[in-house]
Design a protein around this ligand. Structure first.
Ligand code: ADP
Ligand code: MG
Length: 729
């Protein structure tokens, strides 16, 4: 009997919204309450130490040992006041989730005495037991052990009773074992390249930071219901389940009123976030039932990435208090919109200018156009690497599934900016004439702010869209660590800006061109060269797939295909040239991702086979037996006349037998393919086999299981149904 399902439903129906303890303080007073911000530093340490940490945060200066002791001591006092008893180095290993190992401040010192210890050495460096984190053979190759090292550019914080210190994770021989190390390197690289270019327009610029504003989508499901589904528990998504009679057709969930229980969760979450310094602001229901979004104000990219990882941690913890399970998977339910994590990206100078926002003067607009066009050029040149940066088994369900951006990378800029680029493309070669300059000033470069104001163009089908003062990379998956796409995007734009500077400088030096003329000349060529990547139409349409193919754009629908770009010669060169990763590190990461892909599909295959064989088939047989009993009873009563009366039942009996047969055959065939794949030693071939030979059985098996769900007596069905998962409030 379907005991688990009904118990779960009973539990859920009895739930009441959980009271959130109201904190009387104003939100603005609570902000960063649990963060060891620069402001807090000032109160807890000597001037010298404060200055050192400030310079480390702002300029990346090194902190010396003696000062580290002072900082640690201040941090410890502050953390104690916040109730912390433990500390941990908090880092982002290649599994994409965060990791931490807790140590107590408390330390016995003999003779019944104990003290609270935390000094510079514990702050600066730790050695977690790293053997269980994926390293793609790096540790074997280099016999390297890993250690975590403090990243002073992201402030420490207290979560629960633990002081968390954001760190990077590297091996003793220097290889990066995490997602943060390459990100920090990429941010440094783009700082250098973008500052050099920004100086064309303003000599006072001495630093350019990357800004990131992510939008996190997720589903909220009652924990009892989620636990009643082995597939959700083991894989984060439902592997079967018939779509409910009511889906999202009515669109009544979008911006609808947030149900009371979810509201309680969001309120507590918001309070936590504010105290942790995550500036969350907006929330609304997404398109699908029980789907939500959280978006903070944008921040410096490294901090924003940490805050997104932290948010995902905090969400899981807060959800427990409210009997919810948060689903971060990109596609937890078939037939219902999936979840993404839009990455809004821009560049800002230390003089307070957003380089992707049009300005008030023709000069500032030329600066805008420079960064705008260089970004498009970069996407054109490195589209495949950008695509690879968001590839994962779970995101494969979303990209190209006609609800999220397609797997084809293109750039949308809107009609007005398209016109601006069309005009710029016509400027004459070499020195611009005075008339041309005036015309540009008045009609093209001078007009941008006006045209953007009424730029209401919002092409939701584009994976990479310009949205007024930033680019929005929409293809990032909801479960992804933003550090990966951000590392790639910043590196490729950095490379492009570097090239641009070289070309402009050459025109100025060799051709004796004026700076503006040189910039116009290079941009003109860029506009021509990068036309292929620009697309303003419907990214979901079949026509675009054909058109993109004609243009020579790639369309990698699966992860094994997409990942190949990571190890192409030119992409490795890019990463090595910018000091982001070594060739060995790139290969190690490629292997880790292939393996992760393969394991995800392997687990899904096992779970699906198990559910189909041990839950679905026996239930179908039980129901079939009831029908058989019914038919033979009718025969007893009506004799030969039973056939007419029992026709429907007999059809169902046959149908059930056929489906059971189909399920069994497909599960066996899938297992067989899995065995073959498991024997392969080449990771790429193995991942490909899992993708092309094993995975296709999932749909087949699911089809028959879902049909049986519609046939079998509801009271017998063991798996919590879609309508119950999605509409129970
Ligand atoms: P959408 O229509 O895509 O849902 P939202 O207004 O919800 O748009 O989200 C916009 C996001 O863009 C916010 O997270 C915001 O912080 C971010 N954003 C705004 N300006 C910038 C910028 N200059 N750099 C990076 N992100 C930005
Ligand atoms: Mg968005």
């Amino acid at each position: 009997m379907a005991i688990i399902r009904f118990n779960a439903l009973n539990e859920t129906l009895k739930r009441k919204p959980v009271e959130v303890q109201e904190i009387s303080a104003k939100r603005s007073d609570l902000y960063e309450n649990k963060v060891f911000s620069l402001d807090t530093c000032r109160q807890y340490m000597p001037k010298e130490a404060y200055k050192a940490i400030k310079n480390a945060t702002k300029h990346g200066d090194k902190i010396d040992r003696k000062v580290a002791d002072q900082i640690a001591s201040g941090m410890k006092s502050w953390a104690h006041e916040k109730g912390a008893t433990h500390y941990t180095h908090w880092f982002q290993p290649l599994t994409g989730i965060t990791a931490e190992k807790h140590d107590a401040f408390f330390e016995p010192i003999g003779e019944g005495q104990a003290m609270e210890r935390f000094d510079g050495s514990q702050l600066v460096q730790q050695e977690p037991d790293a053997s269980s984190f994926p390293n793609g053979g790096l540790r074997n190759t280099f016999e390297a052990r890993g250690y975590t090292a403090w990243d002073p550019t992201s402030p420490a914080f207290v979560m629960g009773t633990t002081l968390c210190i954001p760190t990077i994770f590297v091996s003793y021989t220097g290889e990066a074992l995490d997602n943060k190390t390459p990100l920090l390197r990429a941010l440094q690289s783009i700082d250098a390249s973008a500052t050099a270019v920004a100086k064309y327009f303003d000599k006072n610029v001495s630093k350019v930071i990357t800004t990131l504003g992510w939008e996190q989508e997720f589903f909220l499901i009652d924990s009892a219901l989620a636990d009643s589904r082995p597939d959700l528990m083991m894989t984060g998504r439902t592997l079967l389940g018939h779509s409910p009679a009511k889906g999202q057709q009515l669109d009544d969930h979008y911006f609808g009123s947030i149900p009371l229980r979810a509201m309680g969760f969001l309120r507590e979450l918001e309070l936590e976030c504010i105290q942790l310094g995550i500036p969350v602001k907006t929330r609304h229901n997404e398109v699908a039932p029980n789907q939500f979004e959280i978006a903070p104000l944008f921040e410096e990219a490294n901090l924003a990435v940490d805050h997104n990882s932290l948010l995902m941690d905090v969400m899981e913890k807060v959800a427990q208090n409210h009997n919810f399970r948060v689903l971060f998977h990109e596609k937890p339910f078939a037939g219902i919109n999936g979840s993404g994590k839009h990455n809004n990206w821009s560049l800002a100078t230390d003089t307070g200018i957003n380089l992707l926002a049009p300005g008030k003067t023709p000069m500032s607009n030329l600066q805008f156009l420079t960064f705008f066009i260089n970004t498009i050029m970069a996407v054109d040149a490195y589209a495949d690497l950008l695509r690879a940066s968001i590839a994962s088994a779970s995101n494969d369900h979303r990209l190209g599934a006609n609800e999220a951006p397609p797997a084809i990378i293109s750039v949308f800029i809107g009609e007005q900016l398209t016109n601006v680029l069309d005009n710029l493309e016509k400027v004459s070669k070499g020195k611009l004439t005075p008339e041309e300059k005036t015309d540009l000033k008045l009609n093209v470069v001078g007009k941008i702010p006006d045209v953007l104001l009424d730029n209401t163009d919002r092409n939701r089908t584009s994976p990479f869209a310009f949205t007024g003062n930033k680019f929005e990379f929409r293809a990032v998956g909801s479960i992804a660590n933003c550090a990966v796409p951000m590392t790639v995007l910043n590196t490729m734009v950095s490379e492009q800006l570097r090239k641009f500077k070289i070309e402009v400088d050459a025109l100025i030096a060799d051709k004796k061109m004026k700076k503006d003329d040189a910039i116009f000349n290079v941009l003109r060529e860029y506009i021509k060269q990068s036309k292929n990547i620009r697309f303003e139409g419907d990214g979901y349409s079949d026509n675009w797939v054909k058109e993109a193919k004609k243009r020579g754009l790639s369309n990698f629908k699966t992860t094994p295909e997409a990942l190949k770009a990571k190890v192409s010669k030119e992409n490795i060169k890019l990463l090595v040239d910018h000091g982001i990763l070594t060739k060995e590190e790139v290969h190690a990461r490629y292997e880790i991702e292939l393996e992760e892909y393969m394991m995800k599909i392997q687990i899904e295959g096992r779970v699906l086979g198990d559910i189909a064989t041990n839950h679905v088939i026996p239930t179908a047989i039980r129901y079939q037996n009831t029908l058989i009993e019914n038919v033979s009873g009718l025969k007893d009563i009506f004799g030969t006349g039973f056939k007419k009366l029992a026709k429907e039942q007999m059809d169902i009996i046959t149908d059930i037998s056929e489906r059971i047969n189909a399920i069994k055959t497909n599960v066996d065939a899938m297992i067989n393919e899995r065995k073959k794949a498991n024997k392969m030693t080449d990771e790429a071939k193995k991942a490909k086999a899992y993708c092309e030979k094993v995975k296709p059985y999932f749909d087949e098996i699911r089809l028959h299981c879902d049909k049986l769900e519609m046939t079998v007596d509801d009271e017998l069905w063991p798996l919590t149904k879609y309508r119950e998962l999605l509409f129970t409030k």
